[in-house]
Structures are given as structure tokens and as C-alpha cells.
Design a protein. Structure first.
Length: 155
């Protein structure tokens, strides 16, 4: 049969290039378990980013992008017209409640918060020591969206 189709198995096998080596996909196991501050590790930060609702993840990412501090109004204005993740300004606080809930499950044992609020100054802020770890967590989240919590009803 092979002769009828001109197929010479020895020639075909020798003319195929070697398959490229499989490149391992990055995963949470590649993140550091060392304390970055207040008991947080890169792995805890990623687990938090992965577990919160997508709206809360977007707000955290925005705060990381702007250096860790933003006025309530700046965050509300940004997400009120956001093309991919619009959040009604009245719902931002409820969306961010997801961060507190996840922190109790995957954060450090102490009472440190990932996202702090100063109601008097109307500011959200993230401890500067945690910003680099959050950047790495978001890099991994971008590379592995399959590890993230998907959309949920009633964000």
C-alpha cells in the first residue's frame, strides 16, 4: 500500500525536523513564598488576584498601574466609562468587598489588608511593599487566564 502512494516510511521519518521542546507554562508554583511585608507572599497575592471577582481584580490592577494610591472619585470615574469592565460608581464598594472576603481565606493570618481605605481622605491605597508582588501576580494572571475566577452574576 505504501508503495502505491509513493510513501517511503524511512524517508518520511528522516526528513521531519525534531519537535520543539515543550516549554513549561508558568504557574503559581513559580511565585515566591517569602514575606514581602505584613505576612503577604507573592503566592498569596496571586491567589487573591485569581479568586476575587473580575471587577475587584480590575480595580486592584488599576491601583497597581497608578502606583498604589487613588482617590475614590478617580477610581469611580475610570470604571464608570471603562470599555471592558464598566462598574457603576455606586457599586465599587460592593465589588471591592470580594477582596476582603478572599483575604480572610488566602491572606496572612494577621489582620493586614491588601487594599486599604481612608474614608476621611477618600483614598484607596496598597502598601508600597506589595506593589511588586502584585505586578508579578498580574503578569502571571495575564499569561494564565485559565487560573482566574470567571465572571459571576451580580458583580
Amino acid at each position: 500500500m505504501q508503495a502505491a502512494y509513493g510513501l517511503n516510511p524511512a524517508a518520511v521519518a528522516s526528513s521531519w525536523p525534531d519537535a520543539p521542546a515543550a516549554v513549561p507554562r508558568p504557574g503559581p508554583e513559580s511565585l515566591s513564598g517569602e514575606d514581602m511585608g505584613q505576612g503577604w507572599t507573592e503566592r498569596m497575592l496571586f491567589d487573591t488576584v485569581a479568586a476575587v471577582v473580575p471587577g475587584a481584580r480590575a480595580v486592584l490592577r488599576r491601583l497597581v498601574e497608578v502606583g498604589g494610591t487613588a482617590l475614590y472619585e478617580e477610581v469611580q470615574d475610570h470604571f464608570a466609562v471603562h470599555p471592558e469592565m464598566p462598574i457603576d460608581p455606586k457599586r465599587i464598594g460592593g465589588t471591592l468587598a470580594s477582596i476582603r472576603a478572599v483575604r480572610r481565606r488566602v491572606g496572612p493570618d494577621n489582620r493586614s489588608n491588601l487594599l486599604e481605605r481612608d474614608d476621611r481622605r477618600r483614598v484607596y491605597w496598597i502598601e508600597p511593599a506589595l506593589l511588586e508582588g502584585l505586578k508579578r501576580a498580574f503578569d502571571l494572571a495575564e499569561a494564565r487566564p485559565d487560573l482566574l475566577r470567571a465572571e459571576s452574576v451580580g458583580q
